[in-house]
Write a protein that binds this ligand. Structure first.
Ligand code: GLV
Ligand code: MN
Ligand code: MN
Length: 418
């Protein structure tokens, strides 16, 4: 007889993989990859697809005020706080089809196993897809999970605008209308889950190099995002002498050099990325009057991030090549350590399949970085080829994925019985 203790063995690996292939069609790029920007048409379609899968299993589907989607399978004691499993369905602009979706569909695989085998459980279980984890369209990322966990106010999330000037509020309103039309139940407010589990691709090279199919994750490094504007003066590129120029690109270049030097003082563990950069008016023969760029800064130590934050503010208050600067932090998310008991449970579940599995600290942020402030939280990683993600070449091996899902189900089975 299948019970919670055999939940891992009850996972239907073929069906899980079919789900992965099916979702990858929503927003598919040619010749490969995925584009499902938060709250765009494809992201909303993916939500409805997930709701349909849950309903076919007899689960109730809910959406909340941020468009987060929940599939609930009732427990024998409906009043107990549910175990929550999930991740996100949105993607980077030119992405693979595993980042985020893996964690949502791993949760769905657990629901399928419970349903197909008629396994009863004391505690309810909910599978969640969080809104705008990536932050590629609306910055910063992890909107749905940070709001749910009480880490960010709705007002600041709703005010964000994409590059076309569409507000998060407007895009969300269209998404919620669609969910309403799909007759998904509205459950506006956050709640406190019993625990949150998230399976994700590692997005780095370690597991692949060790030949290990999965591992428990101990925590996530901190991440600060900044938006920077360097203001100069536009003028003719051919006639304006050096002493009369206030070139916003030259100013940005000097500032960025100083920022990089400050970062380098903190050694190898710092991550500093300028992923967006724009010039105005953006003409070959006009000196740029304005440069705008983003900064993504990460480190496992809160103290190092705080020190760099102070340095960035000081450098941003100076003039560079005669240009003024506005340097604003759009988000500061400190590092987190996951719940040690949950990490140990996941570690034990993994070790049944991979005795040599290490434990890692995540370099990428995940929805779990916020959930950790709301309830006991932990994560599992699985390898991705060459450590590549945020790119259409992102790839995982089916056998590894199946093991990772079984390890997740093993810990989920224990928690559902508590
Ligand atoms: C998440 O996508 C991250 O940038 O870490
Ligand atoms: Mn992700
Ligand atoms: Mn990502």
């Amino acid at each position: 007889m299948n019970t919670l203790t055999s939940l891992a063995a009850s996972i239907d690996g073929q069906r899980f993989w079919d789900d992965m292939l099916e979702q990858a069609k929503i927003g598919a790029l040619t010749p490969r990859g995925l584009r499902r920007l938060a709250l765009d048409d494809n992201d909303n379609k993916a939500r409805c697809w997930l709701v349909d899968q849950g309903r076919a299993l007899g689960c109730e589907a809910f959406y909340d005020a941020m468009g987060n989607i929940f599939l609930r399978r009732e427990g024998q004691d409906p009043d107990l706080p549910p175990l929550l499993i999930g991740s996100h369905l949105d993607s980077q602009p030119s992405a693979g089809s595993y980042d985020g979706t893996l964690g949502v569909l791993a949760g769905l695989a657990v629901l399928r196993a419970l349903q197909a085998n008629g396994i009863a459980h004391r505690r309810p279980i909910e599978v969640v897809s969080w809104t705008n984890e990536e932050g590629a369209r609306f910055a910063p990322g992890a909107s749905g999970s940070s709001w749910f966990a009480g880490q960010r106010e709705a007002a600041s999330i709703l005010a964000a605008e994409d590059d076309d000037g569409v507000s998060f509020a407007d895009a969300l309103a269209r998404c919620l209308e669609r969910l309403d039309a799909h007759q998904v139940n509205y459950r506006p407010d956050p709640f406190t889950p019993f625990a949150f589990l998230e399976l994700h691709i590692e997005q780095g090279p370690v597991l692949e190099s060790l030949g290990v199919p999965a591992c428990a994750v101990q925590g996530i490094q901190g991440v600060n995002w900044y938006s920077v504007t360097v203001q100069g003066q536009a003028n003719h590129a051919g006639t304006t002498p050096e002493h009369a120029r206030r070139d916003a690109f030259t100013g940005a270049h000097a500032l960025i050099t100083a920022l990089r030097e400050a970062v380098a003082e903190h050694g190898e563990s710092v991550r500093f990325t300028i992923g967006k950069f724009a010039l105005e008016p953006n003409a070959t023969n006009t000196i740029p009057q304005r440069a705008t760029f983003s900064i993504d800064l990460r480190h496992p130590s809160a103290a190092v991030l705080a020190a760099l934050d102070e340095t960035f503010q000081r450098l941003g208050a100076k003039q560079w090549s005669g240009c003024t600067v506005e340097l604003k932090a759009s988000s500061r998310v400190p590092p987190v350590e996951f719940d040690s008991q949950l990490v140990e449970m996941l570690n034990a579940s993994v070790k049944a399949y991979a005795p040599d599995a290490p434990q890692l600290v995540s370099g990428a942020f995940h929805d779990a970085i916020h959930l950790a402030h709301r309830c006991p939280t932990a994560m599992l990683f699985m390898p991705c080829r060459d450590g590549i993600s945020h790119h259409p070449d992102e790839h995982i091996e089916r056998d590894d994925a199946e093991i990772a899902v079984r390890a997740l189900a093993d810990t989920a089975g224990t928690l559902l019985g508590r």
